[in-house]
Design a protein around this ligand. Structure first.
Ligand SMILES: Nc1ncnc2c1ncn2[C@@H]1O[C@H](COP(=O)(O)OP(=O)(O)OP(=O)(O)O)[C@@H](O)[C@H]1O
Ligand SMILES: [Mg+2]
Length: 253
């Protein structure tokens, strides 16, 4: 086939490319399934242990119950996040529109409320005169942004600032979330968007490493892309690009 240069060889090449894409898809599904089963094992093991202890020693039933509740809540949170992840993957961005600036503003305000405790400032910069209409699913986008801003907050310490900057170019919106925290080692930068990837550090927290995976799926479902980079003075910047909704283009279809 390789030596031929006609329609048939074109079809063969397309077919090979399709098989390759399907293989990647299937193996990433298998990997995800494997990771999910693995991650569910530890809370389940602790749950069973707590039930066993409660049976053995009725005096300690309160401690066991607390443990059981805690582990059940963790599993519930994880399954909820996995459902969001799979919904973001399968969503067909429907005929619904939202104001991207309004959404960013709401997410920033929620984060500011939490940021009072560690004493972190969250700044929002945007040109409010512009029309920030975007086509897609506002709820999924809100979760994506919330995950990114809350990561930035978690890696910040007292008196540091998180900057959220929204600006438009002719074709797309660019949203940058920059913190002054430790950043991410260069060789791990590309993997932080994969499910269940957490880099061990004191700030790692109790997450499942699903936040940025959800964010990437959501942004891609909106026809955009996402990247992360360390700033020149340290700190992480996450950049989201989302296509602008253009009335003229929409109407001509
Ligand atoms: N702003 C940041 N500064 C430094 N490291 C970060 C930052 N944001 C994310 N990371 C790194 O990327 C990893 C993946 O982030 P992600 O949001 O996917 O997971 P998580 O926050 O650990 O857990 P989850 O979001 O599921 O609660 C984090 O564990 C952390 O190591
Ligand atoms: Mg997170």
């Amino acid at each position: 086939m390789k030596r031929r240069h006609d329609e048939l060889s074109d079809v063969a090449r397309d077919f090979d490319a399709m098989v390759e894409r399907l293989e990647v898809l299937v193996s990433s599904r298998e990997q995800l399934l494997h990771d999910v089963s693995h991650e569910l094992r530890s809370p389940l093991a602790r749950l069973q242990l707590a039930i066993g202890l409660a049976h053995q020693n009725r005096d300690n039933i309160d401690t066991s119950m607390q443990r059981i509740e805690g582990e059940a809540a963790r599993m519930d949170k994880m399954i909820g996040e996995l459902l969001t992840l799979s919904r973001a993957e399968h969503q067909v961005v429907d005929e619904s529109y939202f104001d991207l600036y309004g959404l960013v503003d709401a997410v920033v305000n929620d984060a500011r409320y939490e940021a009072q405790v560690p004493g972190v400032t969250i700044l929002l910069e945007a040109d409010t005169e512009q029309d920030h209409t975007v086509k897609g699913n506002a709820e999924l986008m809100r979760r994506a942004l919330d995950n990114i801003v809350r990561n930035a907050l978690r890696f910040s310490t007292r008196e540091q600032t998180v900057l959220v900057d929204l600006r438009g170019t002719e074709r797309e919106w660019l949203l940058c979330v920059t913190d002054q925290g430790p950043g991410v080692e260069k060789n791990k930068l590309s993997s932080i968007f994969d499910p269940f990837i957490r880099i061990e550090s004191p700030q790692s927290g109790k997450g499942y490493g699903l936040g940025l995976a959800i964010a990437r799926k959501v942004v891609m479902a909106h026809g955009g892309h996402i990247e992360a980079d360390n700033g020149p003075q340290g700190g992480l910047t996450v950049r989201i690009f989302i296509p602008r909704w253009q009335e003229t283009v929409a109407q001509s279809h």
